[in-house]
Design a protein around this ligand. Structure first.
Ligand code: PHE
Length: 471
């Protein structure tokens, strides 16, 4: 049985916001969002993304931070305390287990991709993109990912940085890192956008990102947008719940959540505005998929005047974003093990980090020696997916929406309105925003997540419900 640990609190609202925005802003914004937007038709996808994130991810984020603050401990221990205090079924604790394990699994492969960011930072600093033509860029990336030793080496470096921060705890580790790294990230990003504005491809990029062509929208666009929103906002994995546990009573959670979502979405859009002008200026392919920033964008760095500087800035930015998210993926499990086994933070962070590192090795091999090993091939589901694909799919398409729906239903239906109003310091429960939020988490969020599940199980049925499914 876990014991309560006296938990430190954030030293200021600013520190909390930097940590939470640091969690939200990550590979999801700078690596995933641009290529997913490229693959899903640009402007129409962005519009749907902004909409679904506002009405689905944001309300759940408020609920999640609130649960964290109510419990004041790791997600698992917090849920145990909450169900005991409010006399709810202990089965609800499954949402915290799901989140904590999901975060652990995501971190195992997030660290491998984070390692790519570190490797590419080194390549940029050593001017290795100079004279890179498209074929050579593909070869560079191909050779790198084909070499498991190299991937594992960079994965090790990334995980070590992450553990190195978490070992120092909330104030000396996480806070000190984020209050320095997040402003740096914003500066780098703005610098890149300012540069991008001066390139010839800027107008075309704005057109691509903000011209809405509804003929490109299918039910799948919604499914992808909802999934991307969950991932990008860091919702339903216990990360934000853990950060909520360290939050003072007087901080306004809904307001903070709105700031986090606005910051996260702005960074994704700014990343698009930084990257696509380069892609268009050099007539490269916007729908290049996961290789967009590792294969396509370096070609632009090779050809542009300030390529060395901009390329270096870009990959430092990417690495910073990845590290500040990884911290929040490690923290839920570390906080729990600390409580459950009464171990020191140092020992716990090293133990959990090492375990996660070991799982990550399977992902490193998924890009080379095991690239045609499909672990579920004989089971009839996910038959053509590598270990990396399976982990990513299960964590982001099943665990995250599943935990999200449980959080929404628990806060919306299981807890009483008075409990929730009190936890959020709402003086007037008849206030319009509070009623609207309650409606969103009670009805809209669960239905939307069910729609995501239905889309995964019966793709044809969901597609046929869409007016423009032929487009
Ligand atoms: N939001 C992070 C990103 O966009 C990933 C993440 C998901 C981090 C869930 C923590 C929890 O990269």
């Amino acid at each position: 049985m876990a014991v309560s640990v006296a938990r430190e609190h954030w030293s200021s609202r600013f520190a909390f916001l930097m940590a939470a925005i640091g969690s939200a802003v990550g590979l999801g914004n700078i690596w995933r969002f641009p290529f997913i937007t490229g693959e899903n038709g640009g402007g129409a996808f962005i519009l749907i993304y902004v909409f679904t994130t506002t009405v689905i991810a944001l309300p759940i984020l408020i609920a999640e931070i609130m649960l964290g603050r109510m419990g004041g401990q790791s997600p698992i221990q917090s849920m145990m305390l909450i169900v005991r205090k409010h006399k709810k079924s202990v089965l609800w604790v499954v949402l915290a287990w799901g989140g904590t394990l999901g975060a652990f699994v995501i971190l195992s492969y997030y660290s491998v991709i984070g390692g790519w960011a570190l490797k590419y930072t080194l390549l940029a600093v050593t001017d290795s993109f100079a004279n890179l033509d498209p074929a050579a860029s593909g070869t560079l990336f191909g050779n790198f990912t084909a070499d498991p030793v190299s991937l594992i080496g960079w994965h090790t470096a990334f995980m070590a940085i992450n553990v190195g921060i978490v070992v120092w705890g909330l104030h000396k580790g996480i806070e000190r890192a984020v209050v320095f790294l997040m402003p740096l990230l914003f500066l780098l990003l703005i610098g890149m956008v300012v540069y991008a504005v001066s390139t010839p491809g800027f107008d075309q990029a704005v057109d691509f990102l903000f011209t809405v062509d509804f003929s490109k929208v299918t039910s799948n666009t919604f499914l992808v947008a909802i999934g991307q929103g969950f991932f990008s906002v860091s919702v339903a994995l216990g990360s934000m719940m853990t950060y909520g546990a360290y939050l003072d009573e007087d901080i306004n959670i809904p307001k903070s959540a709105v700031i986090i979502v606005i910051a996260d979405t702005s960074v994704a859009l700014l990343a698009g505005l930084a990257i696509f002008p380069l892609v268009f200026s050099f007539a490269l392919e916007p729908s290049a998929g996961p290789g967009l920033i590792f294969v396509t964008v370096p070609i632009a760095f090779a050809q542009m005047e300030a390529g060395y500087l901009v390329g270096t800035m870009f990959f430092i930015l990417l690495s910073v974003a990845a590290v500040t998210s990884a911290i929040s993926l490690l923290e839920p499990a570390v906080a729990y093990i600390e409580e459950a086994f009464v171990l020191s933070r140092r020992t716990t962070a090293i133990l959990v980090g090492t375990a996660c590192w070991m799982v990550g090795i399977a992902t490193a091999f998924s890009f080379n020696d095991w690239s045609s090993f499909y672990p579920l091939a004989s089971s009839g589901v996910l038959v053509d997916k590598t270990i990396f694909d399976v982990l990513d799919f299960v964590a982001t398409s099943w665990v995250q929406p599943g935990v999200g729906i449980l959080m929404a239903v628990f806060v919306g239906w299981a807890l009483s309105q008075e409990t929730v109003a009190e936890a959020l310091n709402v003086d007037d429960p008849t206030a319009l925003w509070f009623r609207f939020w309650t409606f969103l988490i009670r009805v809209v969020c669960p239905l939307a997540v069910l729609f995501v599940f239905a889309g995964a199980v019966w793709p044809e049925l969901v597609a046929s419900l869409m007016p423009s499914s032929g487009g």
